[in-house]
Design a protein around this ligand. Sequence first.
Ligand code: SF4
Length: 348
Amino acid sequence: MLRLMDKDLKNKTLSELEQITAKFGVKPYIAKYIFTFIHQKDAADINSLTTLSKDLRASLTEAGYFISQLKIVEKLSDPDGTEKYLFQTADGQNIESVLLDERERKTICLSTQIGCRLGCKFCATGYLKFKRSLTAGEIIDQVNTISKDAKCKINNIVFMGMGEPFENYDETLKAVRILAHPFGKNIGIRRQTISTVGIPAGIKKLADEDIHPRLAVSLHAPDDELRKQIVPAANKYPMSEILNALKLYNQKTSRRITIEYCLIDGINDSSECAKKLAAILSPLDTSINLIEYNPHPGCDFAPANREKIRLFKDILTQRGFETIIRFRRGTSIKAACGQLGADRLKEK
Ligand code: SF4
């Protein structure tokens, strides 16, 4: 892993590349070439950087530098246009990412970890063994490899795949910065969304950054008691602390926060839950995404009835919340929210 972090040129910001190239006695603009070739032209190895002199390519290689490359193991397509990619990392681990193609909007749902330690009950990834966090280079490479394979320009990123982004805070933020760089993919900060289960320290840290991607927080319940049945992390991070962190985030950034709420039949889909949710969110600037639960093996939850979902939405809308319903997409290939890793639950 250390080799991945230290010598992978895909894992470097432009200023880090400038520091590396300076060691080889070349001008800073060479670093810009390398950065552009890796992130705009998807260069996959140092020898393909033909704008660099042969000597510099040889010196970089001799010093152990390389450009990491995820391998596509499998690609599945749903009739609704969703594509799921299964990748293999350099150390033989698997991660999944999803391409959502909605006319002009090309979104990739990225993974930030291999497995996840948080074990949310409704999420297949939470049932897999946690292996490790991804490097920024590996996070970015999901975008580079998919955009090259699907021959499309990605303009929207959601960090909602496998893993909890705030458990891999530094690499996730580094990936956001590199993806947003005008010499790279140039995907604006406001077109990138970090989705967290609600780790107060991570929310507060993000509030203090100089960049603010969109923030989405998965609540899934209006109180701690119910939330603990769905999101075990609620035992560690009480709702009061999450709400305080969100208030601070609103105040420091003036940004609206998206609340994610997955509706599970008979668990958290009652009118009472909707009213309680509206009450706890009323002091905050939020919009709400209602997500239809996506079943996966190993979990006996069932999706809420669609009538109930509409009623839940009406209650929130009447109380002034901008609320949208995200009905299932990509279910035939297990690419929907909470289904990544569902094909490998036997690893549990
Ligand atoms: S929902 Fe996110 S935080 Fe929860 S187990 Fe799944 S990947 Fe981890």
